[in-house]
Write a protein that binds this ligand. Structure first.
Ligand SMILES: NC(=O)c1ccc[n+]([C@@H]2O[C@H](COP(=O)([O-])OP(=O)(O)OC[C@H]3O[C@@H](n4cnc5c(N)ncnc54)[C@H](O)[C@@H]3O)[C@@H](O)[C@H]2O)c1
Length: 501
């Protein structure tokens, strides 16, 4: 993902469930956000959303996320739109309200500012009709939580310029999303049309006392829901057709479509009785958990799912991996360019400051010993990216393997502490890299651990120890020459032994 596609500043209209999620996604990606929301409680709600998102990203990724963007609040839609590269509207789902909001904001924005609406189903042609430059408007329909789920449906209207769609698409990709361009302008787009069909059937099942809301949720989450994240509906059904695939599946289940099992477009009347029933059953299902608690439960599990999908290179996990590669490339490019043109630095390399997540605590409420190695391993990765061992290099040329580590524990980290790793190159040749890491607690500068490591370069094709490319070796050697001016760490070269007088 080219970093140049990241906007410098976005304007947000509406900061509720969806606008707050957009704010979090953009801020975490280093984009400044200016938000307009007339609700005096909006800043408080937004802060809770941002806390959830920050908490989630600390677990989601080890990639070098940029310095967060700056959040400001606007007193009017015009102020939010002024100077923005992209304006994302997430106000209540009412056509007239959205139209007047978009019209006002569009008058204040530069002509090239792209406008997107988060609407779940309103048509872009109708939404854009009172805007200035309606050709730069399209729907960018996200999913809750916006900061974790990558899908955003793009739907242009009659007047939408393909260039505006392309720019919105590039922006969404740059913040880790998966844009899906619709081929036609329809109500509800693709995803909500599918979801509404499911929702309608679910309401019938509750109304007719066939199942409770909790039972319907179980019918989804114990089977189809698990499959959907991996393969969606069509590929799943292809496999369900056995060796003969889709043709057999259609032959087998085609006739049931004639039955049909479902209520099709009939909608149950939303009587007070049905509403009360749904709310009461939903209260039972929540079993006293607040929405905030449910959100955190949801996020933790979504992250675990995303990690599993990432390890397989599948669906939303592949999007996550692509975003992380983009961040690493950006970090590597920046470092190779000489860190903003600064003169050579003779201090150790400093990793990003990391907050220690509670998930790293063991049964004893201590940070597990493996996490100290993880911090150092991540610092090694950052060094390797800096010298050009990026995703392409790993695939084509090779990688450094750690062959020896000596970890010393000198203090303790606790959940919520912030820590940083300082890395010094002690020695190197074309095949070997000798490193020394110092783990510092950021709040008081105390050294809590050190790790001395030997790495060897392994060729990608032969899987044998082999020299690094000349370019990588030259960059390592240049850093090593700078680090030669540093004092040798006291613990370097120590062996483990019982000291005797
Ligand atoms: N909730 C979802 O799951 C979901 C998913 C995708 C898309 N959407 C769409 O996103 C949009 C927002 O939905 P939401 O769920 O965030 O609703 P929400 O009620 O949580 O948030 C709407 C926000 O808009 C603010 N607002 C009201 N009038 C405004 C105005 N004139 N200008 C600016 N802000 C104003 C409200 O104060 C509120 O904070 C809707 O179009 C909805 O269809 C929602």
């Amino acid at each position: 993902v080219p970093v140049s596609d990241l906007p410098a500043r976005v304007g947000l209209l509406g900061g509720g469930v969806i606008g707050g999620g957009w704010a979090a996604r953009f801020l975490i990606n280093g984009v400044d956000v200016c938000l307009f929301d007339p609700d005096p409680a909006a800043p408080r709600k937004l802060e809770a959303m941002l806390a959830n998102a920050r908490h989630a990203y600390a677990r989601l990724t080890l990639a070098p996320v940029p310095t967060p963007g700056v959040l400001s609040f606007a007193a009017s839609p015009e102020e939010a739109a002024e100077g923005a590269d992209l304006v994302q509207e997430s106000a209540p789902e009412r056509l007239e309200l959205k139209r007047s909001l978009l019209a006002a904001a569009s008058r204040a924005a530069a002509a090239q500012t792209v406008f997107c609406s988060s609407t779940s189903g309103l048509r872009p042609t109708a939404l854009a009709s009172t805007m200035t430059h309606p050709e730069r408007f399209l729907v960018g329909h996200p999913f809750n939580p916006v900061y974790l789920l990558p899908l955003v449906e793009l739907c242009g209207g009659r007047e939408t310029d393909p260039d505006a769609v392309a720019r919105a698409e590039a922006t969404y990709r740059a913040v880790g999303m998966h844009p899906l361009r619709l081929r036609a302008e329809i109500d509800g787009f693709v995803a909500d049309r599918l979801l509404e069909a499911l929702w309608r059937e679910a309401l019938w099942l509750v109304r007719d006392d066939v199942a409770t809301v909790a039972e319907i949720d179980d019918a989804i989450r114990y089977a189809a829901g698990v499959r959907w994240a991996v393969m969606g509906t069509f590929l799943t059904y292809r496999i369900a057709g056995g060796e003969a695939g889709m043709r057999h599946f259609m032959a087998q289940f085609g006739p049931t479509l004639q039955a049909p099992w479902t209520k099709l477009v009939d909608v149950p009347e939303l009587t007070d009785e049905l509403l009360e029933k749904i709310v009461a059953q939903s209260d039972d299902q929540a079993a006293g958990r607040t929405v905030g608690e449910l959100e955190r439960e949801r996020d933790e599990s979504l992250i675990a799912v995303l990690h599993a999908l990432r390890s397989r290179g599948v669906g939303a996990g592949a999007t996550l991996a692509g975003w992380e590669r983009g961040l690493m490339r950006a970090r590597g490019d920046g470092a190779l360019a000489g860190a903003d043109g600064a003169p050579p630095d003779t201090s150790p390399l400093r990793s990003d400051v990391r907050e220690i997540p509670d998930a790293w605590l063991d049964y004893n409420h201590h940070v597990h010993e493996s996490r100290y190695l993880q911090l150092c391993g991540d610092a090694t990765d950052a060094l390797l990216i800096r010298v050009g061992v990026d995703a392409d290099y790993l695939q084509a040329r090779g990688s450094y393997y750690t062959v020896e580590t000596h970890l010393s524990h000198l203090g303790q980290l606790r959940g919520g502490d912030r820590a940083q790793v300082l890395t010094q190159i002690l020695d190197c040749d074309a095949k070997r890299l000798h490193l020394f890491h110092t783990v510092e607690r950021s709040d008081d500068g105390r050294v809590v651990a050190t790790a001395e490591q030997m790495l060897v370069h392994v060729d990608a094709a032969t899987q044998r120890v082999a020299p690094a490319t000349a370019a990588v070796h030259a960059r390592i050697a240049a850093l090593a020459a700078q680090h030669a001016a540093l004092a040798r760490p006291e613990r370097a070269g120590r062996r483990i032994s019982v000291a005797r007088p």
